[in-house]
Structures are given as structure tokens and as C-alpha cells.
Ligand binder design. Structure first.
Ligand code: SAH
Length: 201
């Protein structure tokens, strides 16, 4: 499957033209192992090593769209894995800080991003459940691994006023995307699509 076919299949579901342009621009084949490159534009999750997976493009696009990013936004990406999701986010904002628990994946992600010519993503190795306080607050936070019970409080606490967060959360064996918007007078939480991600460790 080619990039154009993937884009055509996303069009009915993703309406934000900036997100579609990001999918069109970012070479997903640079973020998967050489043996999987011919699968890069199939709308499926793919293994990236260490038992982890890169999410399917339609889900990455949907999550990017939900964050409603502007050119000036500073974004935190928790569980950067291959770096693909961070790469799409980087086309929609000013800077992405990525945090990845597995140091080898973090290094590989940084290499792939450089190969893709992307300069506004910084990937660090570490535990993203605690966020990345040194660059907070964030206009948006993207989480790509499932938290148990609720969105980690540390992450909600690192949102700027007006900031948005999207995260998969498992409640009693049911896994959904949770959307959080921080307002001056509190936090608004919305339950969205049923999904499956690897666990946040
Ligand atoms: N967004 C990635 C897909 C990531 S899969 C991509 O585009 O490729 C989820 C990732 O979360 C895995 O790489 C896993 O190592 C990482 N992860 C799990 N728990 C984490 C934690 N506490 N902090 C940071 N990363 C974590």
C-alpha cells in the first residue's frame, strides 16, 4: 500500500488538513525496521522492538487531530517509541519533547527523526509517567501507552491553562482514550474511543 492510498483511506475520518499534510509529509518507513518497510503505509500497528509497537497511522492521526495544535504550541509526547507519532506532532506545533522509557528506543527514535530531517523534536530517555517537569507547562500532552485507572496526575499537572491531553486509560479492563482540557477554573475530562495500547510502565 502506498502513501496516497493511506491518505485516501484517512480522508473520511480525519478532516484536519494540517494533520493529513503531516501524514503525507512524514516518511513512516524511516521509523520501522528495514524488513517492515514495505508495510509502512498499511494502516496497521507494527512492531518496533522491545515488545513495543508503533500505532496504526489512522489512530495517530486521530490523536493528533484531537489535540487541536497551533504553530506556537509546546508538546510533550509520552512513550515516543519509534518517534513516528512525535514526528507527526512536530509538523503541527513549535517543539515536541518526547520521553521514552527504553533508552535504546529513545536513541533510535532520535536517529530516525534526524534522518527524516525533523529538527524540532527532543527525545529523552526516562519515565514519562512523571511527565517532564523541566519543560512544563505544555500546551498539549500526547500519551501512547495505557495508564491504569486514571490519567497520571503528574501529567495533568503539567498542562498549561487551555492545554489539552490525550491518553489511553484502562478502567476495569476497558481501555479508552481520555481527553483532558485544563481550564482556569478546573479540569474537564471526556471519554472517547475504545483503543488498545501497550501498558504505561
Ligand atoms: N508513539 C510510539 C508508539 C509507542 S508504543 C510511536 O509512534 O512509535 C508505547 C511506548 O511507550 C513504548 O515504546 C514503551 O517503551 C513506552 N513506555 C511505556 N511506559 C513508559 C513510561 N513510563 N515512560 C515512558 N515511556 C514508556
Amino acid at each position: 500500500m502506498e502513501r496516497e492510498e493511506l491518505l485516501a483511506s484517512l480522508r473520511p475520518r480525519v478532516t484536519d488538513e494540517r494533520v493529513l499534510a503531516a501524514v503525507a509529509d512524514v516518511p513512516r518507513e524511516l521509523f520501522v525496521a528495514p524488513a517492515l518497510q514495505r508495510m509502512a503505509y498499511v494502516d496497521r500497528p507494527l512492531p518496533i522492538g522491545g515488545g513495543q509497537t508503533i500505532s496504526q497511522p489512522s489512530l495517530v492521526a486521530r490523536m493528533c487531530e484531537l489535540l487541536d495544535l497551533s504553530d506556537d504550541d509546546i508538546v510533550l509526547d509520552v512513550g515516543s517509541g519509534s518517534g513516528y507519532h512525535a514526528a507527526l506532532l512536530s509538523r503541527l506545533c513549535r517543539h515536541v519533547y518526547g520521553i521514552e522509557l527504553d533508552p535504546e528506543l529513545a536513541e533510535q527514535a532520535a536517529r530516525s527523526l534526524t534522518l527524516a530531517g525533523i529538527e524540532n523534536v527532543t527525545v529523552v530517555a526516562g519515565d514519562g509517567a512523571a511527565g517532564l517537569p523541566e519543560h512544563a507547562p505544555y500546551d498539549a500532552i500526547n500519551v501512547a501507552a495505557t495508564a491504569s485507572g486514571e490519567v497520571p496526575a503528574a501529567l495533568e499537572g503539567q498542562l498549561a491553562i487551555g492545554g489539552r491531553l490525550i491518553a489511553p486509560v484502562d478502567c476495569d479492563g476497558r481501555e479508552h482514550l481520555h481527553f483532558v482540557r485544563r481550564r482556569a477554573d478546573g479540569v474537564e475530562r471526556t471519554l472517547l474511543d475504545a483503543v488498545r495500547f501497550v501498558p504505561l510502565r
